[in-house]
Design a protein around this ligand. Sequence first.
Ligand SMILES: C[S@@+](CC[C@H](N)C(=O)[O-])C[C@H]1O[C@@H](n2cnc3c(N)ncnc32)[C@H](O)[C@@H]1O
Length: 186
Amino acid sequence: MDRDGKVIAYLDEILPNGLVLDVGAGNGFTAMKLRSSNRTIIPMEPDAKMIDPSLPLAWAWGVAQDIPFHNAVFDAAYATWAFFFQGIKTFDEGLQEIKRVVKPGGLIAIIDNAGGDEFCALSPRNISSNADWWASLGFRTTIIKTAYKFDSLEEANELLRFYFGDGLKNDKIELSYRVAAYTLRV
Ligand SMILES: C[S@@+](CC[C@H](N)C(=O)[O-])C[C@H]1O[C@@H](n2cnc3c(N)ncnc32)[C@H](O)[C@@H]1O
């Protein structure tokens, strides 16, 4: 997914230097790409199995709806494919918490599926985010056009069947994929 690194490049461009929170950081892949000598990424992740303490990252254990940091300490916060936001209650609580820990003037960025592409079309259910809904909350939308690229059809179908079920039919090793970046200045 996004082998060309367009999503990382976009985040790298918009995120400020300083202290940045990665909400639902998974295995720390994105945090590792976005850290620099001027930017410290704090990956926060609730699933202990995902946390890799061997990485040079200052991991935090926690959930979006109860972030274990003081008010206004981060220059920015982002979440990539943080599908936990789709539960409305968690979303409201999570967004309030993210706003609480980001400094006034800081940036919030949420990355999710935009839909309208070959990848999302394979799903038996709607896995696209709702840009109108994010806009109603004051977020701006930027579309990043990228792709799922595989080395073989076998590799493609192994992953795609894992995602979408054994009945999946696909004959492509490259699928268009549109990513939505929703951004808000606090
Ligand atoms: C689809 S994964 C994305 C991981 C990572 N952001 C990435 O882009 O590779 C979603 C992650 O959110 C974490 N998660 C689930 N519920 C959460 C919550 N309430 N608050 C924060 N993270 C959560 C999961 O443990 C998982 O690591």
